[in-house]
Write a protein that binds this ligand. Structure first.
Ligand code: PLP
Length: 472
């Protein structure tokens, strides 16, 4: 176990954010490159002003900066291509669709050279509807059903990442019936688990995904016995929002050990190290640039292979958050503000917006931290300590736990929350019957809906008890 291995800390307890120099400032590493303020102080993204977005599409609204997604996608492919080439191999990058999936995003990332990872029939159908090449899709999941596997084999999904002994038999039987030979990766638990910036390395992981390392050789032997499956290699995903190389290197060392063992009985052309590259949500986050991460991870795998005297396989990665996270902004309208005394004369201004945990579940689910800025204007009012909260009937309905906004923030102001491109739209709910917001893509001064917003009528339409004529 690496010296760096130690229990992952919980998210740091949220302390009131240090008073910022400028409560209107847009921190580069949190906002998309196109985010700027016009001469009146109003925010624009992708060349489209916040007020125009509100007037045209309403709030709350998910905004995705197409150029920003494409830039991250392109840089990631280039970083891994370069790192792999430096060690005489090649790399595939799959976009982990669970971060934020719709046909338009699939088109952007596939245009930029990525494959796509899906983990349900629904995600698979979105990727297919976008025209993605099935051969460049990976299919994940610990409980893929027969019909999901049928569809994957039928359309020719390039890689199925098998997760259990039952799935091996299920998939082999389906591929056999289709007269197909299905390429598979075996998902293993390396025992390294990272959840933020530290990682935990153990002998076994008590979790639902994949095979224990010591169960993998028998599973691979079984795959190799089956004519309708072709073993490609091992797959491992150690966690999310990871900043450094150390956790990946520790996991790679364990994986390469197993990989070398498997080479005794047949080819192992590929190794997939998953995703998990971190992004900046607030000023407290300082993620490792993708070039450095790619170079460090590939070098670590190459070194482990060299030590064992085996060739470096082709490598694969599947980032989600780091492709789309920084490209997304959620636009809200402020409804009410309320000062609350929090002790020793200190006050916090509660700023209520017209969305909340239904459009961003991450603060409630993970204690995730975000920031907010006035989008309709700037103000030189003294900064106030604020908590941005949603409209739901939950006291945990928090959007931004601690930040500073100009103290004159008021009803009708537009508020923008950056870094909401990943795991917000995809985790959205209709809690309290709040319709899910539209997604609007911005680019070069134009905005267009890429996912239609829900309406109350959409929600009522699902209710079988609503009068038939109303639903007709
Ligand atoms: N691959 C697998 C198997 C995952 O489970 C996940 C996230 O849960 C990802 C890739 C993407 O992770 P991230 O969005 O943190 O890059």
């Amino acid at each position: 176990m690496s010296a760096a291995a130690q229990p992952a800390p919980a998210q740091p307890a949220a302390q009131p954010a240090a008073q910022p120099v400028d409560a209107n400032a847009l921190l580069d590493r949190v906002w998309p490159a196109s985010a700027q303020r016009d001469e009146h102080g109003a925010l624009s993204i992708g060349g489209v002003g916040a007020a125009e977005l509100r007037d045209t599409f309403g709030t709350p609204l998910y905004i995705v900066d197409e150029a920003e997604v494409r830039t991250h996608a392109r840089r990631t492919v280039a970083a891994f291509d370069e790192a792999a080439a430096a060690h005489g191999t090649s790399a595939r990058v799959y976009y982990a669709g669970k971060a934020f999936l719709c046909t338009e995003v699939v088109r952007w990332v596939t245009d930029e050279g990525l494959g796509v990872d899906v983990c349900s029939l629904g995600e698979l159908e979105v990727a297919l509807a976008a025209g993605a090449d099935p051969a460049r899709l990976g299919f994940h999941g610990n409980n893929k059903s027969t019909s999901e596997l049928e569809r994957a084999v039928e359309v020719g999904v390039g890689t199925v990442i098998v997760d259990s002994p039952i799935e091996i038999e299920r998939l082999a039987a389906i591929a056999d019936r289709h007269g197909a030979v299905q390429p598979v990766l075996l998902r293993v638990n390396s025992g390294v688990h990272a959840e933020t910036h530290e990682f935990l390395a153990t002998a076994h992981e008590d979790q639902k995904f994949g095979f224990a390392m010591d169960a993998a050789p028998a599973a691979v032997a079984r795959i190799r016995e089956l004519d309708s499956l072709r073993f490609l290699g091992l797959h491992c995903h150690i966690g999310s929002q990871i900043f450094g190389v150390a956790g990946f290197a520790e996991s790679a060392a364990r994986l390469v050990d197993l990989h070398a063992q498997l080479l005794h009985d047949g080819p192992v052309p590929l190794m997939n190290l998953g995703g998990g590259f971190g992004i900046a949500y607030t000023a407290a986050d300082d993620p490792t640039p993708i070039d450095d991460l790619a170079a460090g991870i590939v070098a670590a795998v190459a070194q482990e292979c060299e030590v064992r005297g085996i060739p470096l396989p082709e490598l694969a990665f599947e980032p989600g958050r780091s492709i789309v996270g920084q490209a997304g902004i959620t636009l809200y309208e402020v409804g009410t503000t309320k000062p609350v005394t929090i002790g020793e004369g200190a006050q916090r201004l509660y700023v209520s917006v017209d969305g909340g945990m239904s459009d961003n579940a991450r603060p409630a689910l993970y204690g995730a931290q975000y920031t907010a800025r006035l989008a309709s204007r700037v103000s030189d009012a003294a900064p106030a300590l604020v908590r941005v909260v949603g409209s739901h009937c939950e006291s945990g309905d928090i959007v931004v736990e601690n930040d500073h906004l100009p103290g004159d923030v008021a009803p009708g102001d537009l508020l923008a929350v950056p870094a909401t491109g990943a795991y917000c739209f995809s985790l959205a709910s209709t809690y309290n019957y709040l319709p899910r917001p539209a997604v609007v893509a911005v680019r070069d001064g134009h905005a267009r809906v890429i996912v239609r917003g829900e309406t109350i009528a959409d929600l009522l339409h699902r209710d079988a008890g609503v009068a038939e004529e109303r639903n007709a």
